[in-house]
Design a protein. Structure first.
Ligand code: PGA
Length: 280
């Protein structure tokens, strides 16, 4: 039997740039785009407040894309008050795998929930690399997020050495299966995945839209084999790695790319706004 995989269900995406029909086509979309700014270990509280104040003003009219900002923990409280009532949602950059208790330096889900945090980035390659986070730990954190009504943004991606050794698919499949292990189908459906090739993060080297689409389609195929086509079709998969205003449109027009996780270009209002406007 011919293999049908979800990207094929959205052939009209390819035409999204055609301005006069784009509104109609957008309404056909099964997955709403989600663009998140990962501010990493940047911005003091007052700098974060200034940036989000600009973003709220500049993005007030945007309805087509879920916009998320992920400041450092120290800025969450003030940013939370500002985004309340706006179309910008709040994300955190990590979460404990436990609840409250004797876990020095950890952030429990309830602390984030009180600040109306909706999303939490998990398993970013920087944490996998520098904090040695494993797929099993990411899966525990993802389960903890879901148990507490937080939506995990689970990151996966191969290093340059792995791409050059032609093991991208093997690496990414292991990460996807391992980092989502133990989640129910419904939890997987509402999880956001982010494919971020490590060699493209902060390097200015973006994957081409074809390279990115190829891996995104592969990830969706893995999701089909884990939870069936109906679930896999609804999972949003962001691309991350040197996304900027000038490449956002082409990347986000790919049938299996459902948004972007943006680092460097999200640190200034102009760059982040440009990405969002170019993705619509
Ligand atoms: P970058 O980072 O946009 O600076 O490459 C992306 C990320 O790490 O999420």
């Amino acid at each position: 039997m011919e293999e049908v995989y979800p990207g094929r269900l959205f052939p009209l995406y390819a035409n999204r740039a055609v301005a006069n029909v784009s509104v109609l086509l957008r309404m056909d979309k099964e997955r709403k785009l989600i663009v998140a700014g990962n501010w990493k270990s940047n911005k003091t509280n007052s700098e974060a407040v200034a940036l989000v104040t600009d973003l709220i003003r500049e993005l007030a009219a945007v309805k087509e894309v879920d916009v998320v900002v992920c400041p450092a923990f120290t800025a969450l409280s003030d940013v939370s008050k500002l985004v309340l009532g706006s179309n910008i949602r709040l994300g955190a950059q990590n979460l404990s795998d436990s609840g409250y208790g004797a876990f020095t330096g950890e952030i429990a889900p309830g602390m984030l929930r009180e600040l109306s945090v909706r999303y939490v980035i998990l398993g970013h390659s920087e944490r996998r690399q520098f904090q040695k986070e494993s797929d099993a730990l990411v899966a525990k954190k993802a389960a903890n997020a879901h148990a507490n009504n937080l939506i995990p943004i689970v990151c996966v991606g191969e290093t340059l050495a792995e791409r050059e050794a032609s093991i991208t698919e093997k690496v990414v499949e292991t990460q996807v299966r391992g980092s989502l292990a133990g989640l129910t189908a419904e939890q997987v459906e509402s999880t956001v995945l982010a494919y971020e090739p490590v060699w493209a993060i902060g390097t200015g080297k973006t994957a081409t839209s074809a390279q990115a689409q190829e891996v995104h389609a592969f990830i969706r195929k893995v999701l089909v084999s884990m939870h069936g086509e109906a679930i896999a079709r609804r999972v949003r998969i962001q691309y991350g790695g040197s996304v900027k205003g000038s490449n956002a449109r082409e990347l986000l027009q790919q049938p299996d790319i459902d948004g972007a996780l943006v680092g460097g270009a999200s640190l200034e209002s102009k760059g982040f706004v440009e990405i969002i406007k170019n993705s619509i």
